[in-house]
Design a protein around this ligand. Sequence first.
Ligand SMILES: CC(C)(COP(=O)(O)OP(=O)(O)OC[C@H]1O[C@@H](n2cnc3c(N)ncnc32)[C@H](O)[C@@H]1OP(=O)(O)O)[C@@H](O)C(=O)NCCC(=O)NCCS
Length: 180
Amino acid sequence: MIVREATAEDVDAVVALRIESERWLHAAGIRQWTDRERGIRIIRDRIAVGGMYLVIDEDGTAIASLTLSGPDPDFWDSRDEPDSALYLYKLMITERYRGTGLGDELLDWACEQAEARGKRWLRLDCWRDNQGLQRYYLRRGFEHVRTMVVEGRDSGALFQRPATIRTATSRYLSTRNAPC
Ligand SMILES: CC(C)(COP(=O)(O)OP(=O)(O)OC[C@H]1O[C@@H](n2cnc3c(N)ncnc32)[C@H](O)[C@@H]1OP(=O)(O)O)[C@@H](O)C(=O)NCCC(=O)NCCS
């Protein structure tokens, strides 16, 4: 499998991943990603400016995606030295590949990207009331920075992991995925 940057031709594939995730979240009774239109708008905008990456399997199918970008100014401020980190958003894996270790590899890959850009941290924000998701990141070497309540935002639980950390044991991603 390889990781490559998404282009305008990939919008439908990423939207399909998003809709699949929404359905899984809804079926699991998890309140997250409830505004589909906003989600699709963010996907289109992000692909247009760059920074969204896809995992492509041997059949050429997009099976996962993530965004690497700058800090969300609603959450990260001068006390965090925002430039010291790369920021992860919208990590999604199709159900067939969840629980296989691919998620760990993608977090390692994101850390590699952070290191390659001279950053000390990989950071993210996630939904404040989603304890399950927060446990997911804590188990993978992230530390809780703080939880912020910002009007109009459901996210606000802030996490970071040193960019030097690696946890994956599986080997789905090709070694050809050198830092971009
Ligand atoms: C998050 C994700 C990429 C992780 O993939 P993965 O590394 O293969 O890990 P798994 O899917 O096996 O999930 C590990 C655990 O986290 C839980 N989990 C995953 N996403 C979760 C979520 N959004 N909310 C609550 N729990 C979640 C799983 O139920 C599982 O719990 P278990 O160990 O009790 O069975 C994948 O679960 C996914 O695509 N989720 C939907 C989209 C999403 O919520 N992305 C995070 C955006 S910040």
